[in-house]
Design a protein around this ligand. Sequence first.
Ligand SMILES: [Zn+2]
Length: 148
Amino acid sequence: MLYKDLTQYTDGFEPSLERVFNIGWLDSNSDFPVGNVKPEHLHKLKELALGKHPFSACFRISRGFASCGLCGGITTTIFHEKKEIIGTFLLLVPSLDDGQYFAAPSTIIHFIEKHQYMPPQAFIDSLERLDLQEGFNAENVIREMMES
Ligand SMILES: [Zn+2]
């Protein structure tokens, strides 16, 4: 893995954001856990990635295409009722542990669907609890952490 699951998130930030933990950073050298993510959890991840809810989990958003380090497939187009282009960004998901977060690349959807990547249970549990109707802005949360 580029970054092992549940290690501290450092991508581009020095020092690292100590309350943010990596999830789903697979690369070609990855030895990653596999399993079956439940359809409702994958569905919720896609809803988050499409960003059409008050709960805005996306940050470090950029346009364009990205290909998978494992299979070379395009990771920035997903199928969610219809074909959707999602671009590249990170998802910030609040943990069930208060004040902590998970940071996952948008390619996590491709990794789950095409490579059976199984994220840690703590991430799945946190995703399950997340309320898409709740007001949340990942970019603001990250900015506040960087300034504190
Ligand atoms: Zn792939």
